[in-house]
Write a protein that binds this ligand. Structure first.
Ligand code: C2E
Ligand code: MG
Ligand code: MG
Length: 278
């Protein structure tokens, strides 16, 4: 029983819907505070080349444990932050924190080659976004060539205001990739015209490998599109050896997933995945 209208058109909401709306309001209030207090955290997940022997990158993933709400999933609070504009300070915090962490790993000689960050298409709407990235690059001293920005597939549809920003990031030397590839209905032609260098096959397709033909065909098609356009491909959510074998045989370039390593805090990342000092 979701929403019921009476004859005059008044709407009645169920108790669950009221609870959901209340929870959302609480998340908004607490998230604003968490960002201001610097109470968010970052976790880091390794990205491997397909033999599994070397870490080629690390993805920073935001984490939030609220005193009142407990752990809130990033999918949930990032979506809310995108709706209410908090994504701008949140994204800025993630960038500064991730850059700083990565720079300290580089100074210690233990950084992987690439730092990947998730950037919301909403962040590109701010005309000063590229300038703010450039300012953070200057402030932290990170090399833009070691950065990769992951955008959800919808960025391919929002092309009008997105193009100049993506091109400016590309000119800075930052690599751009499409996250969750295959889940949207975006115009593939834009893959060719935008400065995209990598596709991230969505976890939902990787988890379906071997379970049905249609799914395997989608994975092969994504790899085929990538090969045709000269793009690299990373498979996300690789959890089993069978998935890894299939993807390796089909020409996938990189893996990320629990088979190789979950997202962990900075210290654990260093302990488990850091390149040994040379
Ligand atoms: P994503 O960018 O596609 O990140 C990969 C997600 O898959 C992460 O979830 C990661 O923990 C999870 N994952 C990786 N390997 C496996 C696996 O083998 N099995 C399973 N079941 N899961 C795996 P997480 O950290 O919950 O993040 C969810 C999404 O939230 C991210 O998806 C990204 O879209 C968004 N997100 C996370 N951090 C940020 C951020 O700092 N900014 C923005 N804008 N979005 C973020
Ligand atoms: Mg990502
Ligand atoms: Mg992804």
């Amino acid at each position: 029983q979701a929403r019921i209208r009476d004859r005059r058109g008044f709407r009645f909401y169920s108790a669950e819907m009221t609870a959901f709306a209340n929870e959302r309001a609480t998340i908004e209030r607490q998230l604003r505070r968490a960002i201001a207090d610097g109470a968010l955290e970052l976790h880091f997940q390794p990205q491997f080349e397909v033999s599994g022997s070397s870490v080629v990158g690390v993805e920073a993933l935001v984490r939030w444990t609220d005193p009142e709400l407990g752990v809130v999933e990033p999918e949930r609070f990032v979506t809310i932050a995108e709706d209410n504009g908090l994504i701008h300070p949140l994204g800025e915090w993630v960038m500064r924190r991730a850059f700083t962490q990565f720079i300290s790993w580089q100074a210690a000689g233990i950084a992987p080659p690439v730092l990947s960050l998730n950037i919301s298409a909403r962040q590109l709407e701010r005309i000063d976004f590229v300038d703010s990235v450039a300012a953070l690059v200057a402030e932290t001293g990170i090399s833009p060539q070691s950065l990769e920005f992951e955008f959800r597939e919808s960025v391919l549809s929002d092309v009008a205001y997105v193009v100049p920003a993506l091109e400016a990031l590309d000119r800075m030397g930052i690599r751009l990739s499409i996250d969750g590839f295959g889940t949207g209905f975006s115009p593939l032609g834009n893959l060719k015209t935008l400065p995209i260098s990598k596709l991230n096959i969505d976890r939902s397709f990787v988890s379906g490998i071997g379970s049905n033909q249609g799914n395997d065909t989608i994975v092969r098609t994504v790899l085929g599109v990538a090969r045709t356009l000269g793009l690299r491909v990373i498979a996300e959510g690789v959890e089993t050896e069978d998935q890894a074998v299939f993807l390796r045989n089909e020409g996938c370039d990189e893996f990320q997933g629990h088979l190789y390593g979950q997202a962990v805090c900075g210290e654990d990342f260093v302990r488990r995945f850091a390149r040994t000092r040379t």
